[in-house]
Design a protein around this ligand. Sequence first.
Ligand code: ADP
Ligand code: ADP
Length: 234
Amino acid sequence: ETVIDAHNLSKIYDENTIPVYALNKVHLHISRGEFTAIKGPSGSGKTTLLNMIGGLDIPSEGFVEINGTNITELRGNKLIDFRLNNIGFVFQSYNLIPVLTAKENIEFIMLLQKRPKQETEQRVLELLKQIGLEDKINKRPRELSGGQQQRVAVARALAPKPQFILADEPTANLDSVSAENLLDMMLKLNEEENMTFVFSTHDQRVINRARRVITLEDGKMVSDTAPTTIVHEK
Ligand code: ADP
Ligand code: ADP
């Protein structure tokens, strides 16, 4: 089952002077249950690609389909609603809301979506257990380590059961032990929830644990290992 289909994606900056191809004719097809790393040197287009797939930026050429919806044609509230309901975002700087507890951060999007209270409550408790932070339920971000904050950020992204999780350098601010723990957790969620993960990274240890690795260079996709994903039944 196809989750992400990017067709002939290009992003060109400085169109009036010297054109810079931040992305150059990239085709990308990602199926449900994949665990895919995007690697490449700084400036190779990783963030640009993730932003296009996540509907945070508009390509100069080509288009992106998420579960059959062409998101490149969506604008305004339609795009915002689509993102909220379908895509989970994780950033390198965690981006948790400082005044909210771990629990409140995780349930935030579900409350915005006006999901039933009981469903939300249950989902948050289940996620806190999965990320191993049940005992931190009422802690605010500053009372948690970087690794713990990032685990809460992943749980927040997962809470509304998006089609996939996009993570831009999720381990960039973590020490190696915390990075390893975060990867363990993401792989467990990939297996237990069949959640699709796409993440960019510089970190070779993180790359080693991906099931598919896509390499960008100067905006071009220069290699793509075959996915060795076990696609789990729902
Ligand atoms: P990466 O995430 O791999 O470091 P980026 O996607 O951030 O790469 O950048 C790809 C290329 O696009 C780089 O050459 C960068 O300088 C250029 N670029 C990114 N954003 C902009 C922008 N807003 N304006 C002009 N050039 C940009
Ligand atoms: P990190 O917190 O660096 O990501 P872990 O989350 O794996 O690493 O934490 C390792 C152990 O140390 C866990 O049992 C965790 O609960 C505990 N721990 C780490 N940081 C803190 C903290 N700030 N307060 C309480 N316990 C912590």
